[in-house]
Design a protein around this ligand. Structure first.
Ligand SMILES: [Zn+2]
Length: 598
């Protein structure tokens, strides 16, 4: 009997199949820790199976004497089975479906506006579906439109005067009113809060609490979630400033065990490589950084829901706001003077991508809700183009010099930029006296070319402590910047030309609610932030407190729920709040990146 000579083709096929089979090992390792890991079978095939198969083919070639004895057909079967094994296993891997005990899901979409949602009709199935099956209302924000106090008003049903959270330099410990999740916890509901603004330091809730972008440090509840904040803060700060001492790989593995999916990790790796290979590009880094952060948050939140089974859970997406500030001029270039067409070509869809992503996340979360759950979507304010006024130039206030003058002559103040405006808030004890001193200072800041004070100032409507400043003369040009002065100092100390920010907060945010008992397909009158907490409490059958000024719209319900006797106030709960750790300060680099401070 004569043996057929070993075939190289068979050997390569078998070797490659065995190589492909190798990719099963890391996949099983990941899937056992995180059943959601495999979300992009095609990318896994390309990035993991293919290189493994190539390596296997080379090894097979070296082992031709043995492997080459198999018929080519067997080799081909081996190749297909080996390559297909991990994508197939990853795709059919069982994942928990519904979160059975969930009664109420609240999704925040920072800065979302119906103007954009409606203009994208047909492309945002989750948001449109909610409006069709539930209630829709404009949600009106109060001045000043800073996200931290706005989200705090939404979560307490109290005004900034009452809850005490003003401006940006704020901590959860400074909130003098009970948040809706604290009220719900006190009534026996387990809650999980993912990145609600002003939730640093985090508090011990039944399920979880991960602070949002303002947090200066990495504490979370439970502590094992701190990798989320470590990843965020390590990109912005020098590592030694943060408790994060772990390397990127350790953080990613931690993230993987807590829900990071393959597609998210691949996107983060691609982002890092692109930065290295193609060099820094602020627009690209801003876009990709924001979108990838939402992917990570979604991954972790979905796994947390299944692990902790909260009865009430919240999740907030900030990419819509951060991208709105920087990319609005590409979204509506016709409103702006000169936006280069190639830039519009390149970045024109970025803002819509942020909305598509938010809709996608919402859709995934809706699929997890049991039939008897209710869902609410809110934004803290709307958004609009920040138009360049008379001059046709993009300008923004500069605040460092002004702040120094204020600190010297008035004392402790917070100075925040909002588009073309500056908001000054004294933080000392005697607000009246401080305000007088602020006004005296402003009167003396005379612009040489006009002979008038540089700023126009007025009390901020809903926050009488603060003074809102606008430029009296908005003709800011390069030539003026060179020659003009304010109180003898160059104009350039107080204002500069920049195109960095082209979108700004606007009053009308969004409110959507759907679920059992909620009216279907109804648009109701505009609501205010004060109405939200009473509404959320009603949605879990708890009575709003008498000291909450907001109202729950009747029209929201098919039949208004029967609630218990309302308490005078829930704010006694503030004293029982258990916060975890807490470093001073806020994440100033993030504030700078969003353009609020310098
Ligand atoms: Zn914003």
């Amino acid at each position: 009997m004569s043996l057929t000579p070993p075939s190289r083709l068979s050997a390569v096929l078998v070797g490659s199949g065995l190589g492909g089979l190798l990719a099963l090992a890391p996949l099983l390792w990941a899937q056992l820790r995180n059943p959601w890991f495999m979300d992009q079978a095609g990318a896994w095939l390309l990035l993991v199976v293919f290189p493994c198969g190539l390596l296997g083919a080379l090894v097979g070639l070296l082992l031709t004497r043995w492997l080459g004895r198999l018929p080519a057909a067997v080799g081909l079967a081996c190749l297909l089975a080996g390559w297909a094994s991990s994508p197939v296993v990853g795709t059919v891997w069982p994942r928990p479906a519904e979160v059975d005990g969930l009664k109420l899901l609240v999704m925040g979409i920072d800065g979302a506006t119906f103007d954009l949602v409606d203009s994208m009709q047909g492309r945002l199935p989750a948001l449109e579906g909610l409006a069709e099956s539930g209630v829709r209302a404009d949600l009106q924000a109060a001045e000043p439109m800073f996200s931290p106090p706005l989200w705090t008003t939404i979560s307490t049903g109290k005004t900034p005067e009452q809850h005490g959270v003003h401006g940006f330099n704020v901590h959860a410990s400074g909130c003098q009113a009970a948040r809706f999740w604290e009220i719900m916890e006190s009534e026996g509901l387990s809650t999980g809060v993912y990145k609600w603004l002003v939730s640093y330091p985090p508090q011990e809730l039944s399920a979880f609490q991960v602070p949002a972008w303002l947090a200066p440090a990495t504490e979370t509840w439970p502590a094992e979630l701190s990798f989320v904040k470590e990843i965020e803060l390590s990109r912005r700060m020098k590592r030694k400033q943060v408790q994060a001492t772990r390397g990127n790989v350790a953080l990613v593995l931690d993230g993987l065990a807590h829900g990071f999916r393959f597609g998210t990790i691949a996107a983060a790796v691609r982002f890092t490589l692109t930065e290295k290979v193609r060099g820094p590009d602020p627009e690209r880094a801003h876009r990709d950084g924001q979108l990838i952060r939402v992917m990570m948050d979604r991954d972790v939140f979905v796994k947390l829901l299944h692990e902790h089974q909260p009865e009430v859970a919240t999740f907030t997406d900030y990419a819509t706001d951060a991208i709105g500030h920087r990319f609005w001029k590409y979204h509506q270039p016709e409103l702006f003077g000169e936006v280069p067409p190639e830039q519009v070509q390149r970045w024109g869809d970025t803002l819509e991508r942020a909305y598509l992503q938010a809709d996608d996340v919402l859709g995934e979360l809706l699929a997890l809700l049991p039939d008897d759950a209710r869902v609410v979507v809110v934004s803290d304010h709307g958004f609009e183009a920040l138009l360049n006024d008379d001059s046709g130039m993009f300008f923004a206030p500069r605040t460092e010099r002004l702040r120094a003058m204020l600190e010297q002559r008035v004392g402790s103040v917070e100075v925040v930029k909002l588009g073309h405006k500056v908001v000054v808030t004294p933080t000392g004890d005697d607000i009246e006296l401080d305000r007088e001193r602020i006004e005296t200072l402003l009167e003396g800041l005379v612009q040489a070319s006009t002979g008038e004070p540089f700023y126009r100032w007025e009390a901020v409507v809903d926050d009488p402590r603060s003074v809102g400043l606008t430029l009296r003369d908005e003709m800011v040009t390069a030539q003026r910047l060179e020659s003009d002065t304010v109180a003898g100092e160059p104009l350039g100390e107080f204002v500069h030309l920049t195109e960095a920010y082209s979108g700004m907060h606007e009053r009308d945010g969004i409110f959507l609610a759907a679920g059992p008992g909620i009216a279907r397909g109804v648009s109701i009158d505009p609501m205010t932030h004060l109405d939200v907490t009473p509404t959320l409490l009603t949605l879990v059958d708890l009575p709003p407190a008498i000291d909450m000024a907001g109202v729950v719209p009747d029209a929201m319900f098919e039949r208004f729920p029967a609630l218990g006797e309302p308490p005078a106030s829930y704010d006694g709960l503030v004293a029982t709040r258990k916060l975890v750790g807490g470093q001073d300060g806020v994440n100033e680099e993030q504030l700078r990146a969003l353009g609020y401070i310098e």
